[in-house]
Design a protein around this ligand. Structure first.
Ligand code: PLP
Length: 379
């Protein structure tokens, strides 16, 4: 099986699994318990956060909260920040590019909580239009949310340009969904107020997430209970998850340069290969993150292509459909002005740090076979 759906999830590294098992066996204590074992667990939790701070160069500016994944982190951050700012700055800015774990929160805040939601325009290269963002900004804006790397197309957003725009608006909190960025591109987090991460996207475990937030005074807790994790995420801390997540972050950051070099090389090789096929379009902009390549075969539906590849043992993905006024067309591609026929026919190939040259070679062979199978249908 050739696995090229790493943007959906990745295979956990054995060291991460081992660390999870080991901590479950030997350090199953509650970090909040007052006895010696509990104090030991508390110490390990503290150490885990120190290590994240150091490996991500956070310079002790942020609070680190362990969550069950980025969906939870995004929900906690976006709702919590919006609620805290309700009286003073109730406008929120986002874009249609965001993952549903952001967009659905945005819609909820607008429709059920009365916040004023504004969408920043998207340019044809898939980046948000920073000039439009400037024109939307005012002292009423309490929250701006923008992903680092898009999960459908791979485009990298100009986070530092956004930081610069927001400097004139101290009330505006900048939240970044960095799920698809960690371990693939080098991130500059200067000026970012909070960010979400998800372990299973970088060879950690499913159910491992982080919310990293600068100032906890700016966020209203949405999970109430025993007051763990600075009162933001009550519930017994999952220490085995926390420790093994640190392991996966350290592994990921330790191999970042090597991984990004390898991914860039494989990306170029796949792009050069695809360019030879008449009727096949590469939708991902050239300067996208290297692990994601979005491609269309107009005339053949994405699901049909995914099935065809799957039959040959290659796992890729359709461009996940989301709610759109135009049926099931993906909003990310729509926003970039990709024609409808290409959107319906789009697939996502996503590589990971463990993808090999042999995997890519096999993918190319299968691609040729699938192309032959569907060639007559191409528009
Ligand atoms: N944000 C982005 C950009 C994603 O790609 C995903 C996962 O698909 C998520 C958030 C949600 O992450 P999780 O599966 O950890 O909830």
């Amino acid at each position: 099986m050739i696995y090229l759906d790493n943007a959906a999830t990745t295979k956990a590294d054995q060291d991460v699994i081992d660390s999870f098992v080991k901590v479950n066996q030997s350090l199953y204590f509650n970090p909040n318990s007052p006895h010696q074992a509990g104090l030991q667990a508390e110490q390990v939790l503290k150490q885990a956060k120190e290590e994240i701070d150091s490996v991500l160069n956070l310079n002790h500016l942020y609070h680190i909260v362990f969550t069950s994944g980025a969906t939870e982190s995004n929900n906690m951050a976006l709702k919590g920040i919006a609620y805290r700012k309700r009286e003073t700055a109730n406008e929120i800015i986002t874009s249609v590019l965001e993952h549903p774990s952001v967009l659905e929160v945005m819609r909820y805040l607008e429709e059920k909580q009365g916040f004023k939601l504004k969408y920043v325009d998207v340019k044809s290269d898939g980046k948000i239009d920073t000039e439009h963002l400037k024109s939307l900004m005012s002292d009423k804006v309490g929250l701006v949310t923008c992903m680092y790397v898009n999960n459908i197309m791979g485009q990298i957003q100009p986070i530092q340009d956004i930081v610069n725009i927001l400097k004139d608006y101290p009330r505006a909190h900048l939240h970044v969904d960095a799920v698809q960025a960690l371990g693939k591109v080098s991130m500059n987090l200067n000026g970012v107020d909070s960010l979400s991460l998800s372990g299973h996207k970088f060879n950690g475990l499913k159910g491992q997430g982080l919310l990293i937030i600068k100032n906890i005074q700016t966020i209203e807790p949405v999970v109430h209970g025993g007051g763990q994790e600075y009162g933001l995420r009550s519930g017994t801390v999952n220490l085995p998850m926390a420790v093994s997540m640190v392991k996966s972050i350290k592994l990921t950051m330790g191999r970042l340069d090597e991984a990004s070099r390898k991914l860039i090389k494989m990306n170029q090789s796949v792009r050069t290969f695809l360019e030879e096929f008449r009727g096949v379009y590469i939708n991902s902009p050239k300067d996208s993150a290297p692990q994601i390549i979005n491609v269309s075969f107009p005339g053949v539906k994405g699901e049909v292509l995914v099935n065809a590849f799957s039959k040959h043992g290659v796992m890729i993905s359709t461009t996940s459909a989301c709610s759109s006024k135009r049926g099931k067309l993906n909003e990310v591609l729509l926003a970039m002005g990709v024609p409808d026929a290409r959107i319906e026919a789009s697939i996502r190939i996503s590589m990971g740090v463990h993808t090999t040259e042999e995997d890519i070679q096999r993918f190319k062979e299968v691609f040729e076979q699938v192309y032959e199978e569907v060639k007559e249908l191409l528009k």
